[in-house]
Design a protein around this ligand. Structure first.
Ligand SMILES: Cc1cc2nc3c(=O)[nH]c(=O)nc-3n(C[C@H](O)[C@H](O)[C@H](O)COP(=O)(O)O)c2cc1C
Length: 213
């Protein structure tokens, strides 16, 4: 077995995450961490791994971009007929995961997905650059296609037929919101003695506790 990876070892020397520093609301705590990731010029700070599992119970993950969040949940946009869309349709439970390596931070968020309102999806769709709109319309995301040329021809044919037209959001494309019941804020610390703080939803609010690293 190749063991060269054994020697790749970084020391994590992040700030502390102590109970007295926590915001009682996990969404506010998340905002503080996201703001720090954005203000530090980290590449793609809104990129997160989205984990979904259909009825076959085989989890799958991929990156998506967080596009909005409020005190109810976290929104991303995609093709509802994609593999992830089909899995969410079968099983609305899932998770998103942020990793901000420069800050030695990870955030796990678990909960339940729901489609957002069509008007909100249309709003965001209309705000996108034209090329992104066309790509969402013509790409049968997650379907097998024969060649690169096939995709480019879908693009060219669409563009030929819709010169100077506004592009309408297709009904198969829109947003999902993950409404969390569980957050974990992970802060890398020296000697691998990392901080892990959990927020778990209860009937009366958010319960917080610490896990061993
Ligand atoms: C940086 C980055 C950002 C991405 N953002 C999105 C996104 O916001 N929405 C999306 O549907 N796919 C996005 N993708 C592509 C997905 O990772 C994935 O390839 C695609 O959604 C198909 O996934 P599926 O077949 O599991 O449904 C992104 C990929 C990367 C690397």
């Amino acid at each position: 077995m190749e063991t060269i990876l054994y020697n790749i070892r970084n020391e994590y020397r992040g700030d502390s995450l102590l109970e007295e520093q926590l915001d009682p609301n996990p969404f506010t705590q998340f905002k503080a961490w996201l703001d720090m990731a954005m203000n530090n010029g980290l590449p793609e700070p809104t990129a997160c791994t989205l984990i979904t599992t259909g009825t076959d119970l085989k989890p799958s993950g991929r990156i998506v971009l967080l596009k909005d969040f409020d005190h109810e949940g976290f929104v991303f946009f995609t093709n509802y007929n994609s593999r992830k869309g089909r899995q969410i349709n079968e099983n609305p439970n899932g998770s998103i995961l942020f990793f901000w390596p420069d800050l030695f931070r990870q955030v796990r968020i678990e909960g339940c997905f729901a489609k957002i309102h069509e008007d909100e999806s249309a709003n965001y769709f209309n705000s996108r650059p034209e090329e992104s709109q066309i790509s969402s319309i013509i790409s049968p995301q997650s379907e097998i296609i024969p060649t690169r040329n096939f995709l480019e021809k879908l693009w060219d044919d669409y563009v030929d037929m819709h010169k100077n037209n506004a592009h309408e959001r297709p009904t198969f494309w829109g947003g999902y919101k993950l409404m969390p019941t569980y957050f974990e804020f992970w802060q890398g610390r020296v000697n691998r003695l990392h901080d892990r703080i959990i927020y778990e939803q209860t009937e009366t609010g958010w319960n917080t506790y610490r896990l061993a690293p």
